[in-house]
Design a protein around this ligand. Structure first.
Ligand SMILES: [Zn+2]
Length: 100
């Protein structure tokens, strides 16, 4: 089975997401909720080394909806993602339900 370009992008994005979830799980025990932490950009470019500085409370807030992704301005997004909020340092995208 060959993955479509979009499926490859989604996979890359999930790798960044799971790295961020591990970071959050570690940080929550040792970092004050308002301190900025360098999370990974959750765009779909597997070579992206971008950092998205946000506090744990921001992270929680954005990812309460698990279909939301924090992506640096002008980075690669996946087909079907739409912007829901623009912040000073990054944009927040949400995934549309996949139409199969
Ligand atoms: Zn990026």
């Amino acid at each position: 089975m060959t993955l479509s370009r979009n499926e490859v992008l989604v996979q890359s994005q999930q790798i960044f997401r799971s790295a961020n979830e591990r970071m959050q799980a570690l940080a929550v025990a040792i970092v004050p909720a308002e301190q900025l932490i360098p999370f990974l950009c959750e765009c779909a470019d597997d070579a992206c080394l971008g950092r998205v500085d946000m506090s744990l409370s921001d992270y929680d807030d954005i990812h309460r909806d698990r279909d939301r992704y924090a992506v640096l301005h002008d980075h690669q997004v996946v087909d079907g993602e739409t912007i829901v909020e623009q912040r000073a340092l990054f944009d927040i995208f949400t995934k549309e339900p996949l139409a199969n």
